[in-house]
Write a protein that binds this ligand. Structure first.
Ligand SMILES: *Cc1c(COP(=O)(O)O)cnc(C)c1O
Length: 356
């Protein structure tokens, strides 16, 4: 987090706490490329167990986890169906075109579909040779560009059953699956069970500085380990990083409920002046925009001048994300500054219009 500022741009801005840094400093380490880092091995075992899968692989980023999932489950020219608002489509630099060389088939699977199975049925390719081969489906839980929306267990199960019936893989981008689990009380393993592979991030709401994991069946994780090395992601004494993840599993999961409560309070506080995409916000992300047509770009700049940082969301939505660096005092300052700056800008716009 930038000094003195209230940084709501993302839950990635958290920095390791004192006790997390201590856990990192005293971690048992070895060479992970040789499979000899005890702390990384422990983290991989714990995450595999938590998610009810055979195996897990520590990777530098969520992007690498998602891309490895595609690379080990689909080949060049295969098609993968996913939500058109998904992270893989928007924020991963078009990596599938280079790494797995799969063709993405973005459809309104989570963002606009009332009936995701009907949407999948429509997108699946017939078996004629000139079509791409549909190989799998990706879901995102919680959904970043959909204001932290939770995909219900019922829907995950329905999509999983549909995939199995067709012989397709199902990958879950679960960068914030922890948030879905804490918000609903449904276990990570239950959310993961219908999926072949799942990626989870330690570096978002859990507050670790680096790291994500890909979990799934042993053979796929063995293949992913090879791909990780090929992409330059084989690291050595990763126990220093894994220790932060283990600390986060013990101390930072349940507290996500506080972030969710603060996201709701923030939305409530600004709701008269701002439209809220999902009200109440289901997890830790609030997407909002002015009810008085104050431009989002203008508002974002004016807020930054007062040390309140928010980020642009889809189209003209602004995004505020709650995390362990934001306590009740900061929440209050952020909400009141937001309202004051907004009414100043809205007032100025009105004055200009009246003069014309
Ligand atoms: C952050 C995030 C990722 C991975 O991001 P990295 O910055 O590569 O770690 C993947 N999916 C979603 C939904 C995310 O929010």
């Amino acid at each position: 987090m930038r000094n003195e500022s209230i940084d709501l741009r993302s839950d990635t801005v958290t920095t390791p706490t004192e006790p997390m840094r201590r856990a990192m400093a005293f971690a048992d380490v070895g060479d992970d490329v040789f499979g000899e880092d005890p702390t990384t091995n422990l983290l991989e075992e714990r995450i595999a167990t938590l998610l009810g899968k055979e195996s897990a692989l520590f990777v530098p980023s969520g992007t690498m986890g998602n891309q490895l999932a595609l690379a080990v489950q689909a080949a060049a020219g295969d098609e993968v169906i996913l939500d058109s608002e998904s992270h893989i489509v928007h924020y991963e630099t078009g990596a599938p075109s280079l790494i797995s060389r799969v063709q993405l088939r973005p459809i309104p699977l989570q963002s606009a579909a009332d009936d995701p199975i009907a949407a999948l049925e429509e997108a699946v390719r017939p078996p004629q040779y000139y079509y791409p081969r549909t190989r799998g489906v990706c879901i995102e839980n919680t959904h970043n560009r959909l204001s932290g929306a939770i995909l219900s267990l019922e829907t995950v199960r329905a999509i999983g059953a549909w995939c199995r019936q067709h012989g397709f893989f199902l990958h879950c981008d679960g960068a914030r699956l922890w948030n879905a689990s804490v918000a609903t009380g449904i276990s990570l393993a239950d959310y993961a069970a219908p999926c072949t592979t799942v990626m989870v991030c330690l570096s978002k709401g859990l507050g670790a500085p680096v790291g994500s994991l890909l979990v799934g069946p042993r053979d796929l994780i063995v293949a992913a380990r090879r791909w990780r090395k090929m992409l330059g992601g084989g690291m050595r004494q990763t126990g220093i990083l894994a220790a932060a993840g283990l600390y986060a599993l013990d101390h930072h999961i349940e507290r996500l409920a506080d972030d969710h409560a603060r996201a709701r309070r923030f939305a409530e506080a600004i709701a008269d002046d701002f439209e809220i995409m999902l009200d109440p916000p289901p997890t830790n992300i609030v997407l909002f925009r002015s009810r008085r047509r104050v431009s989002s770009a203008l508002l974002m700049t004016a807020l930054a001048e007062r040390d309140i940082l928010v980020s642009p969301g889809p189209s003209d939505w602004l995004r505020a994300v709650f995390h362990l660096g934001i306590d009740d005092d900061r929440l209050l300052v952020a909400a009141t500054t937001m309202l004051r700056v907004h009414s100043e800008l809205a007032g100025r716009a009105t004055t200009v219009l009246e003069r014309q």
